[in-house]
Design a binder for this molecule. Structure first.
Ligand code: ADP
Length: 159
């Protein structure tokens, strides 16, 4: 049995995230999408909203579960009996940060390994902050996020 966690902020979930979720769910027995409850950032969506959105967009993937966590990722992994962390890599700009984090996590808990999934080329440019920037100015979101998320983002920027 391979249990894995795909952690992130998912504020909001993008088609790039969903692509990593679908591809990794096909490789492992159980995939937990871990939504980080990060007090330091002021998110567009609350952690509960992000969990609900992810549950909706992954509802057809039977081995995917969505949970929020705060604190250390390796502790969340331990609590869920998970030894595999999955992170997505878009470009070299992601690499330095991701490598340092993976190495730190291994120092803290050597039983947890990080695997990197290369982004699909068509999503290599895509990030949650790009989506927010486009949404702020009323740009088209159709190719960036799942259809379910579009009206929810629009609602946030109406206020
Ligand atoms: P964090 O705030 O932890 O970086 P994100 O929600 O931005 O969380 O991203 C979660 C993970 O998904 C990270 O590993 C990130 O590199 C990866 N990711 C983000 N966008 C894409 C994309 N377009 N393609 C592949 N991986 C991505």
């Amino acid at each position: 049995m391979i249990n894995a966690i795909y952690p992130g902020s998912f504020d909001p979930v993008t088609n790039g995230h969903l692509d990593v979720i679908k591809r990794s769910a096909g490789l492992v027995d159980r995939l937990i999408v871990g939504v980080l409850n990060n007090n330091a950032k002021s998110p567009l969506f609350s952690v509960d909203e992000r969990v609900k959105i992810l549950q909706e967009v992954t509802k057809d993937l039977k081995n995917v579960e969505v949970k929020s966590f705060s604190g250390l990722l390796v502790d969340f992994a331990k609590e869920n009996d998970v030894h595999v962390i999955i992170r997505g890599l878009r470009a070299v700009t992601d690499f330095e940060y991701e490598l340092a984090m993976a190495q730190t996590n291994r120092v803290i808990n050597p039983e947890v390994e990080t695997f990197f999934m290369a982004t699909s080329l068509k999503y290599a440019y895509l990030s949650s902050s790009t989506v927010k920037e486009v949404a702020k100015f009323g740009g088209k979101l159709d190719d960036l996020v799942p259809p379910y998320v579009i009206p929810l983002i629009r609602e946030k920027y109406k206020k």
